[in-house]
Design a protein around this ligand. Sequence first.
Ligand code: AMP
Length: 304
Amino acid sequence: MSILVVGSIALDTVETPFGQAEEALGGAAVYFSYAASFFNHVRLVGVIGEDFPEEHLKLLEGRDIDLAGLERGRGATFRWKGRYDFDLNEAHTLDTQLNVFETFAPKIPEAFKDSEFVFLANIQPGLQLDVARQVSAPRIIACDTMNFWIEGAYDQLRETLKAVDILVINDAEARELAREPSLVKAARQILDWGPETLVVKRGEYGVLMFNERSVFSAPAYPLEDVYDPTGAGDTFAGGFMGYLSTQEDINETAIRQAIIFGSTLASFNVEDFSLNRMKNIEMQDILDRFAEFKLLSHFEEVET
Ligand code: AMP
């Protein structure tokens, strides 16, 4: 069962109170693919420019990430520059150079159209819907977005949501999308618009999942050192979808486990810049931390 992801491929320049990275490998589709590749074969659709370093492609290929949907545009690769202050939950964008990403119109290769698990990373909602329609028989379509699209393409985004099974966004985006300050009410509203499941990322406070039947709360792993939160959300989504794609039955249990796998991958990713930490872990490290997550939030019932 293959996973298809469509989204940005970037060279990121990032500054945090603990250091900096210059033109490092990044982009939503890259973080997602790398995290998901611990669980399954990944098909990536995105665009790079003429200046994209060959070593990054080798890294992705080495992870069984299929690059047949990678477009090489004429011009420079998408670049994002950001800074985090001591509140690492908030990214301050210093510069965005869309370059070849500006005219990106994802074309799904014929061989990718049978993908069963699809992740629409943060791109223009109309393009997300277009991708969703190009896939022949998806089991799960998950999607991310950002304030820029909520503010600038609201109606289109609402249309896209009708085709989405799982929406994965952060708490500020959920409130803004639903135009509702209460997260619980916002979730109910968003579930009414299409998605069966809403996953709300809350940075160092963990994740809340809402569906018609239940609410699930997962903590974030309490890390002593967070060096760079860039890509945490997309890495979460990669671990989440990666695990789901290994499951026959996408039921409540599988979704809860997937949330912990997503949180586990994200917790590794923030321990270093770019994908540096993920490059140095193996499945056993993921399983060990997954077990720690269970201990972290386990408690016994009381006798009454
Ligand atoms: P996250 O920290 O999970 O929200 O994702 C950060 C990644 O998103 C970075 O690697 C950036 O290159 C990428 N990114 C930043 N701005 C945009 C944008 N406007 N569209 C698509 N990707 C972006």
